[in-house]
Design a protein around this ligand. Structure first.
Ligand code: 3PY
Length: 250
């Protein structure tokens, strides 16, 4: 059966010392009071090698927020999936709307990144979601379907390693959250697309996280939906107490 997961996306926040302090605090809090779901923290690249050895792997998984679409070589400033994996990280966020919008990541580029992540034993947390104009034009279903093309070229076995995250772009950093009904409706649609592609069993085993202004005060009602299997958390992942408050929604 699929896993419930709460994953933090630190984005471009916290210097190295602050990141280490947050990881230590989370590790202490979650070791003392074990979570009822899988917990992952996705940190800036520079934190990975320092954070992976200080968290208990059985309680907190660690991931990057991106990786390169190339294997290695003359790509100044890029960080490969192999480099991420060599830090001990097990996950990588791919396709976040900020990467799609600000760094022009296309379906094709993301398909390469997903393949390289999997080839290096990193589990992709693959993000999809529509912008406000698309929601207002009731195009959200077709938008997420088009975005899923980056992972729908995978074999069923490889797709089984992917975690999906639905993040409506209009709810990211805006304080607006999808209502539990809106979240359930589109999560169920995403699961039906997975079922149509890979069959019902794979669909039932796929974790689909909700992201976009998820916080301790709304996590419980979002996670209560049958097709919402946890959250990808932005701002509220930057304080141990808030992140723990969301984890405790399970
Ligand atoms: C947010 O909630 O702000 C996110 O973008 C999580 O990835």
């Amino acid at each position: 059966m699929r896993k419930n997961i709460v994953a933090g996306n630190w984005k471009m926040n916290k210097n190295l010392q602050e990141g280490i302090a947050l990881a230590k605090e989370l590790n202490e809090v979650l070791t003392a009071d074990k979570p009822n779901c899988d917990v992952i923290i996705c940190t800036p690249f520079i934190h990975l090698a320092s954070v992976t050895p200080i968290v208990d792997k059985n309680i907190i998984g660690v991931g990057a927020e991106n990786c390169a679409d190339k294997v290695s070589g003359a790509y100044t400033g890029e960080v490969s999936a192999e480099m991420v994996a060599s830090t001990g990280a097990q996950y990588v966020i791919l396709g976040h709307s900020e990467r799609r919008a600000y760094y022009h990541e296309t379906v094709e580029i993301l398909e390469e990144k997903v393949k390289l992540a999997l080839a290096n034993n990193l589990k992709p947390i693959f993000c999809i979601g529509e912008v406000l104009e698309e929601r207002e034009a009731n195009k959200q279903n077709e938008v997420v379907e088009a975005q899923l093309a980056s992972v729908f070229s995978l074999s069923a076995e490889d797709f089984g390693k992917v975690i999906l995250a639905y993040e409506p772009v209009w709810a990211i950093g805006t304080g607006k959250t999808a209502t539990p009904e809106q979240a359930q409706e589109i999560h169920a649609h995403i699961r039906s697309l997975v079922a149509a592609k890979y069959g019902q069993e794979v669909a039932e085993n796929t974790s689909i996280l909700y992201g976009g202004s998820c916080k301790p005060s709304n996590a419980k009602e979002l996670f209560a939906n049958p097709d919402v299997d946890g959250g990808l958390i932005g701002g509220a992942a930057l304080k141990a107490a808030d992140f723990k408050g969301i984890i405790d929604a399970f």
